[in-house]
Design a protein around this ligand. Sequence first.
Ligand SMILES: Nc1nc2c(c(=O)[nH]1)N[C@H]1C(S)=C(S)[C@@H](COP(=O)(O)OP(=O)(O)OC[C@H]3O[C@@H](n4cnc5c(=O)[nH]c(N)nc54)[C@H](O)[C@@H]3O)O[C@H]1N2
Ligand SMILES: Nc1nc2c(c(=O)[nH]1)N[C@H]1C(S)=C(S)[C@@H](COP(=O)(O)OP(=O)(O)OC[C@H]3O[C@@H](n4cnc5c(=O)[nH]c(N)nc54)[C@H](O)[C@@H]3O)O[C@H]1N2
Ligand code: SF4
Ligand SMILES: [Mo]
Length: 681
Amino acid sequence: MTATAMEPNGVFPSVCSLDCPDQCGLLVHKENGRIVRIEGDPEHPVTQGAICNKVRNMTERIYDKDRLQYPLKRIGPKGSGQFERITWEEAIGTITSRWKQLIAAEGPEAILPYSFYGNMGRIGTEGLGRRFFNRMGASKLIYSICEAAGTEGYGYTMGGSYGTDPEETVHAKLIIMWGINAVSTNMHQVTIAEKARKNGATVVVIDVHRNRTAKWADWFIPVMPGTDAALALGIMHLLFAEQLTDESFMEQFTVGHEQLREHVKSYAPEVVSTITGVPIEDLYKLARMYGTSEAAFIRIGNGPQHHDNGGMTTRAIACLPAVSGQWLKRGGGAIKGNGGYLALNKPALERPDLRAVSGAREVNMNLLGSALTDADGPPISSLYVYNSNPAVVAPSATKVREGLLRGDLFTVVHDLFLTETAAYADIVLPATSAFENTDLYLSYWHHYVHLQQPVAAPYGESKSNSDVFRLLAAGMGYEEEALQDSDDAMIVQALNNPNNPNLAGISLQSLREHGALKADVKPLFPGKLRTPSGRIELYSAAMERKGYPPMPTYIPLVEDGPYPFLFIPTANHNFLNSTFSNNDKHIAMEKTPKLHMNRADAQARGIANGDAIRVWNDRASCELTAAVGDDVLAGVVVSQGLWADEAGGGKALVNALTPDRVADMGRGATFFSGRVQVDKR
Ligand SMILES: Nc1nc2c(c(=O)[nH]1)N[C@H]1C(S)=C(S)[C@@H](COP(=O)(O)OP(=O)(O)OC[C@H]3O[C@@H](n4cnc5c(=O)[nH]c(N)nc54)[C@H](O)[C@@H]3O)O[C@H]1N2
Ligand SMILES: Nc1nc2c(c(=O)[nH]1)N[C@H]1C(S)=C(S)[C@@H](COP(=O)(O)OP(=O)(O)OC[C@H]3O[C@@H](n4cnc5c(=O)[nH]c(N)nc54)[C@H](O)[C@@H]3O)O[C@H]1N2
Ligand code: SF4
Ligand SMILES: [Mo]
């Protein structure tokens, strides 16, 4: 523990650990050894002292009455939540002896780690945990639940997760929020857009829901879910038809613009309007706005990505700035994600070389339910969950829970709370909060790297992810030094990436001095991209080789059953995925789990605003409250938030309804491509 953590009183600089693009600078206030207030750090260059309501109320969560303090073992039936306190020694002993038996009997692939970014600290997520399970030879998790489809799709066009510096977007004159509820999920992009607006910028939102972001925009364009590729291609059609393209940009920096010019002829306004539900005159208006803008910026969110066609759709949207030469205009271009600029030395951090045998079984995290319940193939006999709550966040949740209920599955969950997933565990381990650890944080939106140094002592007997893996490694008898590396040592190893010159000026030492440092990111253009051709690939031979259409193409959603509504279960304002869904203050701010539906659809079913309704398909049924109006198109219903089992009436497990089909690319999730029926209860 550093000196600061021991200091009982004072104000300590910190960084938000949550899976949110903004990665805000924080100031943590302590009195008598307890965190009493969390506010924004006004010195942070991007976030400038403003933070969201969720984190302003986070002290409530840190000292919540239900926060775990001790290891637990299960004493009741799985899922019943009956546990008793045990020591760390017993916990580690039970886990490692069970794993040794399993490895001897079934081999190490019988054990599956399941984790995501509940805490974005890169050492706690990608350090010792990955090393430990590599050394063990465990099954490999594919980290595909968030933005995998779009990342692959954007990559075919742009060569990786590289976009505009968000600080530059204050100079944009047209800002398109495309399938991102930024007011709730990327608030500083909104703050920057507000400044741009004062300088004359127009804000357009393309979404399936008139949400907070749509209400804030100058122009909201509602689209039918899963049709954005057609919309993007329709705009390109008009840009070419009306000579609003930038021929010299395309000549210099792209491949395939001649083929694209021909290809988009089939996306005429009449065709695109029918597919997307966007009126023909609005297609013209949007294309002209985009093609004549002094600098147009597109922020691409999860909306287009969490669909069957999410990869291709994101690729198609990513072609727009190339066609009209926006990348050379200050503030123009696009951001899908900017993680590529801050790439760490992944092999040094994760140590795949510790795996004795390559080619272990891969398990797509979106298919956890099937992986746990499938009779085919060797079973998964043990699951180790950390930084994630799959019983609530993973698709087809009923199947996930059926798997977690298996009497022969040995489950360990490491978390701050007895989550829905932990309720099914055999052993539960208490986790420290991010404020109690050292870790390295990299935004996937802005270009800053942050060091978190502990500002509080561990709560109760809780331990960090790294500390638990050090204990597990010792308990398993693994003697590799890399499994006992300190957090500081791993930060040094991770930052030392010879393939990423952007990080050259950033070291553990300089982060200790400055807290946050901006990576040395050069503008993308003029320059060479990491695509095979080094240019923006409007035509992608790499895609063709993999069996995709080489040109951006609209591919309709997969048929999902005979139900009348497309169901879009998105994030909400006051939770972060399922985090905060169990904290009274955040539940009170969010009130009840609602389903937004169109007035005509509601009337046809005798449903009025505020009615209790049942939302169902052949996967499951949920109970929500109707929010009737004009916020969604007919045939679309939208819910917000991943509600805890106990919150909001207890029947709002929306992921019970979502498909566990895999998207076209990245083995991504298809949360938004399911269909449902809705009845009055
Ligand atoms: N408050 C809050 N902030 C968060 C999170 C949270 O849960 N709560 N989660 C964090 C995480 S992990 C992530 S990945 C990001 C995600 O942040 P966002 O990218 O904003 O993702 P979502 O809120 O899931 O959905 C984005 C929008 O897409 C719309 N949409 C759905 N389908 C379509 C479609 O086919 N076309 C179009 N154009 N729009 C569509 C939805 O209505 C929604 O408004 O936010 C992060 N920040
Ligand atoms: N229907 C629907 N489902 C979705 C989405 C959606 O939009 N709609 N969004 C998807 C997306 S984009 C994402 S990213 C996933 C996110 O899914 P998850 O990554 O599972 O996110 P959370 O629900 O926030 O759960 C994180 C858990 O990690 C725990 N945690 C926090 N810090 C630590 C720590 O330091 N150590 C340990 N061991 N645990 C810690 C928290 O207490 C919490 O229980 O959900 C996906 N699920
Ligand atoms: S959740 Fe996002 S907006 Fe809120 S404090 Fe954290 S990084 Fe900032
Ligand atoms: Mo995410």
